[in-house]
Design a protein around this ligand. Sequence first.
Ligand code: PMP
Length: 366
Amino acid sequence: MIPGPIKFDKDVLREMSKPTLGHLDPAFVEIFSETLKNLRKVFFCKKGQPFIVSGSGTLAMEMAACNFVEGGDHVLVVNTGCFSDRFVSIFERYGANITQVKCALGDTPSLSDIEKEIVKREYKLVTITHVDTSTGVLCDIKAISEIAKKHGILTIVDGVCSIGGEEFYQDRWDVDISLTTSQKPIGVPPGLAILMVSKMGMEIFRKRKTRVKNYYCDFNNWLPIMESYENKEQKYFATPSVNLIYALQQSIKKMLKEGMKSRFKRHKIISDLFKKSMSELKLKTVSKPEKSAHTMTALYYPEGVDKSILVKIRGNGVVVAGGLHPAIKDRYFRVGHMGIVNKKDIFITISAIKKALLSIENQKLS
Ligand code: PMP
């Protein structure tokens, strides 16, 4: 029950142990083609250009940054925690002029603060972390994207901890670039960087004046590959993660069978159930209640409890994660509830946490 890698479906894991086809084998080309096509349905992005590349979420962030930023471009980072900080570090490497809109921990910057900043200069793009895994905060992508579009700037959404679990409609919300990885709500073991770029995003990319500064990440290398595979033609740039793509094909099939909207609803029901039980135990969320994600929960330890409780929870059969945000690292813990998670998993987790709290109480009394 950590916020990724999550527990994976058995059928998805089985794909990992199948014989590895050559990356140019017609049977693999078929699988890759179907996976690329179906990925658009997960992102609700009918005409988007998908990219599936070997790597992790950080690579997907790097691909978004280096393909869209040219030295001196102004970029705005809506900062909600550690993974927004990471975007800042990446942009620095590519010579961007970076401005951040910040907020109190557990909150999101207000829409008016974001707009006030956007009108100050000619920004090329704004980045938003949909769910910041360090705080459990959920950003209102629809509203921020609307502001960005009003002022003609690109939006990049880090959907690593959200896409496939939180409501996300790329076309409807007019998001240009969204990115994720395999090991969270997408439900596939770690190893894939995944991006979806809108038609407008690709047009802006084509207008670049300078060469992309990162060879492996360059869309000019990957676009012909993705287009060829989708059209069932073999083409090579760098060897794809064959078995992870089998697994992704399987996981997407399962997501679509459940229905994306039902999946969003299930995540919400499970999250509400978990948060309600935690509040009954007097545990407070790091995120403001009205700005909380549904794929994970970040909780402050109650008074007199510290991170040693994590070992007790583990002893009760459930693995949860410690804190990540440096400002409060030792004061809170994180629970992931995304992907195939069900009510039974949540009840077991609640019970493991309750038992651990009780044993600490008993220790104090004895
Ligand atoms: N963005 C967010 C919101 C994340 O949660 C993470 C990973 N926890 C990343 C980016 C980086 O992904 P990865 O660890 O797969 O590189």
